[in-house]
Write a new protein. Structure first.
Ligand SMILES: Cc1cc2nc3c(=O)[nH]c(=O)nc-3n(C[C@H](O)[C@H](O)[C@H](O)COP(=O)(O)OP(=O)(O)OC[C@H]3O[C@@H](n4cnc5c(N)ncnc54)[C@H](O)[C@@H]3O)c2cc1C
Length: 512
């Protein structure tokens, strides 16, 4: 690379990739340094047995409709015609199952109230009040799209004052305020794997943003998530940029308060590398980067913002089935969320604190039902993914202590999940399984380079959401944070995070 680098981007997660692609397209010299062999961070796709492709973590996404965040970024990149999305079923994009109850979450709030009222006829008024508050808060947060703003305070006085009231509330606080019946709470919060937090810790804002975002439209990419990441890499390359895989940054170079480069190791050759750039963009975890640079170099207010707790880690099972008619068993353009408990908080802590998966709660995603594009496995075979929470400390200690038991326990969780699947959804599911592999918190740490195997960066609790949250600003010169913890988490959130930093540094508008 002869030309001086304008933007050196550490990490090819979605925020880093979208920033780099936009800047490359804008005519700047961009170099992305990625420790893994694939682009996308949590959103990377990997191949197994030369046949099956799994996305590491992503399941479904929002804000991808015409004129919404992702669409606007793709338009700017000239990708909106080739990178398209399939909509989940608006009549029920999430199907929630718990003992004795089943609820399909629809796009329409009226329909949601009606379905809840049918299940719990004595609580209709509570549901109306709760859903009305959710919608008010959503409007108060700028229709739950990015960025959260209060700029329209004069025209949206009621929604904004309502939103402000709930700034420090957990989802549980709001359930309690409206006295929702416990099973209704469980059904409404069954998508907890989307946050890896139970209602009694989860920020109400975070829940409202995701819930109403998916109500507006839940999507899956027509050509899978791999195509989204590859398309952005292609834009970087076509515009003279570079992406260096298997390059792990160990040191971030500073002179005084200015950041000017990085050093590290090529993980394939073991060779050291050093690169300098006019501006350094940090897509890796900001707290980890701050420790590498030196905590004292950051201003006191930045140190406070950087001192966040990490979100809990997770467990994934990647399964391939053959000759199974999933539709026959009630699968379609939706996710299935299963819980065997009356109370999500109890279900969560049983797994997270006690490592007890005897009655697991989990999410099921079936990409074959979401798009007809079969780039992920051969015709007639289908991918089924299971997601739940897992405790980093437990799995790290177990792996360090006894690799064999670690592997066995990982597999035991899958069998426990499969027991539930066979009992409630697909009898003989095992019979159709032709491939299986599992990922624990240490897998996350190893392949996504996320400290403590965290799932969403900073924990999605009220403390970390809203006022006082870390932004792009680093208090150092020529150094900007650009990832989920310094913007918004999720596919759409990190698209916004990358594009907003691009807007700021280039002066070129992506969002109106
Ligand atoms: C289990 C799970 C399920 C999820 N499901 C969904 C979903 O369905 N929908 C949704 O919208 N969101 C989902 N998310 C959230 C979403 O995946 C993330 O918020 C988003 O992908 C984070 O992107 P990011 O840009 O912050 O970077 P990250 O994905 O954190 O990427 C950072 C990149 O930096 C690289 N890196 C780190 N350190 C170094 C280093 N020292 N040197 C070089 N490279 C380095 C990493 O390898 C990585 O590629 C899920 C997350 C998890 C964990």
């Amino acid at each position: 690379m002869n030309q001086p680098i304008d933007y050196l981007v550490i990490g090819s997660g979605i925020a880093g990739l979208s920033f780099a692609a936009l800047m490359a397209k804008h005519g700047k010299k961009v170099c992305v340094i990625e420790a893994h062999e694939f682009p996308g961070g949590f959103g990377h796709t990997f191949e197994m047995a030369r046949k099956y492709k799994f996305n590491a973590q992503l399941h479904y996404v929002w804000n991808c409709g015409e004129g919404e965040t992702v669409n606007l970024v793709l338009k700017k990149l000239g990708l909106d015609k080739s990178v398209t999305f399939e909509r989940y079923d608006p009549d029920g994009f999430d199907h929630m199952y718990m003992p004795g109850y089943h609820l399909k979450i629809p796009s329409s709030s009226e329909e949601l109230i009606s379905r809840l009222s049918n299940l719990f006829p004595d609580s209709t008024d509570q549901f109306k009040a709760f859903v009305n508050t959710v919608n008010q808060v959503s409007i108060g947060l700028g229709n739950a799209s990015f960025p959260i703003k209060v700029a329209t305070a004069f025209t949206q006085f009621k929604p904004i004052t309502t939103a402000l009231k709930y700034l420090r509330y957990t989802l549980q606080d709001v359930f309690d305020e409206f006295k929702l019946p416990l099973p209704a709470q469980t059904l409404l919060a069954s998508q907890w794997p989307d946050f890896l937090l139970p209602p009694d810790q989860l920020s109400f804002y975070a829940w409202v943003m995701l819930f109403t975002g998916y109500q507006r439209g839940a999507y899956y990419p027509t050509k899978h998530f791999e195509d989204v990441m590859d398309s952005m890499v292609e834009v970087i390359r076509e515009n003279g940029g570079e992406i260096l895989y298997n390059h792990e940054v160990h040191n971030i170079l500073t002179t005084g308060k200015r950041v000017y480069g990085v050093t590290g190791k090529n993980l394939l050759t073991d060779a050291s590398f050093a690169l300098t750039g006019e501006t350094i963009i940090c897509n890796m975890d900001p707290k980890k980067a701050a420790h590498i640079i030196g905590w004292d170099k950051f201003s006191k207010s930045l140190q406070k913002k950087l001192d966040y707790d990490y979100s809990p880690s997770n467990y994934m099972a990647y399964v391939v089935v053959k000759d199974l008619d999933l539709q026959k068993y009630g699968f379609g353009k939706w996710n299935v969320f299963h819980t065997g408990h009356q109370d999500i908080n109890t279900a969560f802590y049983q797994m997270y604190k006690e490592n007890d998966y005897s009655n697991p709660s989990f999410a099921i995603t079936t990409p074959s039902q979401l798009t007809t594009h079969r780039g992920d496995c051969p015709e007639g075979w289908q991918i089924v993914e299971f997601l739940t929470v897992a405790n980093y400390d437990y799995w790290r200690a177990l792996k360090n202590r006894d690799e064999k038991t670690y592997k066995k326990e990982k597999m035991n969780i899958l069998w426990s999940i499969v027991d539930q699947v066979e009992k409630h959804y697909i009898p003989d599911f095992r019979k159709y399984m032709v491939f299986k592999m599992t990922g624990s918190p240490t897998t996350n740490e190893r392949y996504c380079w996320c400290p403590e195997g965290n799932s969403y960066g900073s924990n999605l609790s009220p403390k970390n959401i809203g006022i006082g949250r870390l932004t792009h600003e680093s208090s150092l010169k020529n150094f900007y944070f650009c990832n989920a913890s310094s913007g918004y988490a999720g596919f759409a959130g990190t698209f916004w995070t990358g594009a907003a930093l691009y807007q700021r540094l280039s002066g070129d508008k992506v969002f109106i």
